[in-house]
Design a protein around this ligand. Structure first.
Ligand SMILES: Nc1ncnc2c1ncn2[C@@H]1O[C@H](COP(=O)(O)OP(=O)(O)OP(=O)(O)O)[C@@H](O)[C@H]1O
Ligand SMILES: [Mg+2]
Length: 251
């Protein structure tokens, strides 16, 4: 299964993709997590020391051959992982798209192409998982970075601008031929629950999960801990666990 996780800034993409990755790895799946945000934060949510992530080489133009039919990796994925990934708790492997350490280092085109090519050849065995955490912009759709995912989860909060971002991204995801599902996050009460349900119905978007607002999520971050390690029985982590199981059942 290859999943992209997208949505408006701060909606919870990293919390959800990182926690899903950990939950699935703990359940015995082989999991490759890709931090596709040029401001990378996925390591912490996976329980990997951000300093280990900072020491990692990132993807670059040397890893991608721009063929007319679409970009392709210049080396086998396992070789790329051997030199460019770090393995964290439960065996999740993390690849980082970009981690700009200097100003004025140019555009990210080739890095997006490298991520696209990684996803194309990732998780080929049944039960294997590749999860892409994206930045808060339509870049991963407009550049075709998420092209080879099986599905995209659009994380929305229950307020208009966030839902509207989800709606726009749904159009782009469907353009790429992806299965698009909505995940409502930080939902506080029945009124918000109903607003999200009505929105999903109006735009014919399957609502894959409603994740409650949960103080334990930012508390985990403040403690520099993965939500799964900090509060494995908290309502949000339980809802994300159910979402991960649901997505695996989809295949
Ligand atoms: N269910 C939740 N309840 C309360 N807070 C949450 C929940 N999910 C995530 N958060 C908090 O919301 C903040 C943003 O979460 P996160 O970094 O996962 O979002 P993001 O969409 O990846 O953001 P960005 O667009 O910056 O990449 C974090 O402080 C996180 O702890
Ligand atoms: Mg994020």
């Amino acid at each position: 299964m290859r999943l992209a996780v997208a949505g408006k800034g701060g909606s919870g993409k990293t919390s959800i993709s990182g926690t899903m990755a950990r939950v699935l790895a703990r359940a015995g799946h082989d999991v490759l997590a890709i931090d596709g945000d040029p401001n990378p934060n996925l390591a912490l949510t996976l329980g990997i020391d951000p300093e280990r992530m900072d020491a990692l080489p990132t993807l670059g133009p040397e890893h991608v051959d721009r063929k007319p039919g679409g970009p392709a990796l210049t080396l086998p994925l396992k070789d790329l992982e051997a030199s460019h990934s770090v393995t964290g708790p439960d065996g999740v492997r993390l690849l980082v798209m970009a981690n700009p350490r200097q100003a004025d280092t140019g555009c990210l085109c080739s890095r997006h192409a490298a991520v696209r090519s990684v996803i194309e050849v990732a998780a080929t065995e049944e039960g294997d998982v590749c999860i892409l955490d994206t930045e808060a912009s339509p870049e991963h759709f407009s550049r075709g970075t998420a092209q080879h995912a099986d599905a995209v989860l659009l994380v929305v909060e229950p307020y208009f601008k966030s839902l509207e971002t989800g709606r726009r991204m749904a159009v782009l995801g469907r353009d790429l031929g992806l299965r698009v599902e909505l995940v409502a996050n930080k939902v506080r009460d029945d009124e918000e629950r109903e607003a999200v349900r009505a929105f999903a119905e109006r735009h014919e978007l399957p609502l894959a999960a409603i994740i409650p607002f949960d103080e334990r999520m930012p508390a985990a971050e403040r403690a520099r801990s993965a939500p799964l390690d900090f509060a494995s029985d908290s309502p949000a982590v339980r809802a994300i666990t159910a979402l991960a199981e649901r997505e695996m059942a989809h295949g």
